[in-house]
Design a protein around this ligand. Structure first.
Ligand SMILES: NC(=O)N[C@@H](CC(=O)O)C(=O)O
Ligand SMILES: [Zn+2]
Ligand SMILES: [Zn+2]
Length: 428
């Protein structure tokens, strides 16, 4: 019998409409009791005075790079980075080598995640075989092996016919189809957001329309099929408008926004003097888009936050802007970046903040967490809303350090992460 007692914290759990000072008792990996002043002489006691105790944060969009690109990240380092970032679970994208397009790869990922014993890992299977966009992957077999959603992330599903079939097939298992929305003839070899900054820098632009065309296509197909469609890393005001209208029509369309698209604009490319850690897909957008995204999170059009943690090796990023791979790491900066912006700056209620990182992702992807209800798995995120600290990539658990936020002072850091009753991360 293992017992853990988290005392005196501010328990914020939107699934039970809780936001008050309470103690949380964990017994044998499950939430056993939540009440004022619990005493238990056999339990390991953690004093959470001044800290927020929330249902475990879930990142539905990460790239763990294993199998195939272990020099960038492994399931072990990635799930440890997740734990250190305050996440108790992550969903990992299938753009590995081999691609996660069959149950053998899905099972391999789950086995490696069990060995790592840090954050839980839920694999997302590929929509198409080899991410080639031609034939549907073995979706049913992958669901049986443990896949929780489907996506060709890294690539768009260009064929609307294939997307329609994937959506129809997903209805059999009632899992979401997650789309990286990009119309490749519009984004054509662009490397940053199309606009005044790109023109001034002499870099090829990716227009907002390249994303919006595909978001609208997906809304139309969601209407046709009735499928659950989740828009990955939504980055433009027009995409948000499409999601808003889809929701108004009662369609099962949801979306996520990343911390970097909420906190940086395309100016970062200029200000950083072409730092390739400002290069990601979709690109950092202009201020009007960023303002619309923040508004969308505050008004609830955006369902959840997700990092799109995309580790790349230092060598790969140490090249000309044009030639560098797209993507930045995100797991170990996400919580303070979004807390500082949304809760401190924009006064978002803590319960809404926790809903975006825990309750909503759990509901959309039908994952076991997202709640501290008695009897549920003890996946708990504890963070310090007052703690101010500077981002230091040297200390990342991740194998990669490709972040544009090095040296940034932020408020609201994770201090303890509990997965199934086990403390998998403790700050300091
Ligand atoms: N976001 C990125 O810039 N890169 C991702 C791919 C993706 O999420 O589309 C990657 O796998 O590196
Ligand atoms: Zn993507
Ligand atoms: Zn991605």
């Amino acid at each position: 019998m293992s017992r853990l007692l988290i005392k005196n914290g501010r328990v914020v759990d939107p699934s039970q409409k809780l936001d008050e000072g309470l103690d949380v008792l964990v017994v044998d990996g499950k939430i056993a009791r939540i009440a004022e002043r619990i005493t238990d002489k056999d339990a390991q006691v953690v004093d959470a005075t001044g800290l927020v105790v929330a249902p475990g944060f879930i990142d539905v969009h990460v790239h763990l790079r294993e199998p195939g690109y272990e020099y960038k990240e492994t399931i072990e380092t990635g799930s440890q980075a997740a734990a250190a970032g305050g996440f108790t679970a992550v969903c990992c994208m299938p753009n590995t080598n081999p691609v996660n397009d069959n149950p053998a790869v899905t099972e391999y990922i789950l086995a490696r995640a069990r060995e790592a014993a840090a954050a839980r890992v839920y694999p997302i299977g590929a929509i198409s075989k080899g991410l080639a966009g031609e034939e549907l992957a073995e979706m049913g077999e992958m669901v049986l092996a443990g896949a929780v959603a489907f996506s060709d992330d890294g690539k768009p599903v260009v064929s609307s016919y294939l997307m329609r079939r994937a959506m129809e097939y997903s209805l059999l298992f009632d899992v979401p189809i997650v789309d990286h929305c990009e119309e490749p003839t519009l984004s054509a070899r662009g490397v940053m957001h199309e606009g005044a900054v790109a023109t001034r820098l002499g870099l090829r632009g990716i227009p907002a329309a390249a994303e919006e065309v595909m978001v609208w296509r997906n809304v139309i197909l969601a209407q046709l099929t009735g499928a659950r469609v989740h828009i990955a890393h939504l980055s433009t005001a027009g995409s948000l408008e499409a999601v808003r209208q889809a929701k108004a029509r009662g369609l099962r369309v949801s979306c996520e926004v990343t911390p970097h698209h909420l906190t940086l604009t395309d100016q970062a490319v200029a200000e950083s003097n072409y730092d390739t850690n400002t290069k990601m897909n979709p690109p950092l957008r202009s201020a009007e888009h960023v303002e619309a995204l923040v508004e969308g999170v505050l008004d609830g059009t955006v369902d959840c936050l997700a990092t799109d943690h995309a580790p790349h090796h230092w060598d790969e990023k140490s090249v000309e802007f044009d030639k560098a791979p797209f993507g930045i790491v995100g797991l170990e900066t996400a919580l303070p970046l979004t807390f500082d912006l949304l809760v401190v700056k924009h006064r978002m209620p803590l319960s809404r903040f926790v809903a975006c990182w825990s309750t909503n992702p759990a509901r959309l992807f039908k994952l076991p967490g997202g709640t501290l209800k008695v009897g549920s798995p003890a996946d708990i995120t504890v963070f310090d809303p007052e703690l101010r600290a500077v981002v230091n990539p040297e200390k990342f658990r991740s194998r990669s350090r490709n972040t544009p936020f090095a040296g940034k002072r932020l408020r609201g850091w994770p201090v303890m992460t509990v997965v199934g009753g086990k403390v998998v991360y403790r700050r300091g």
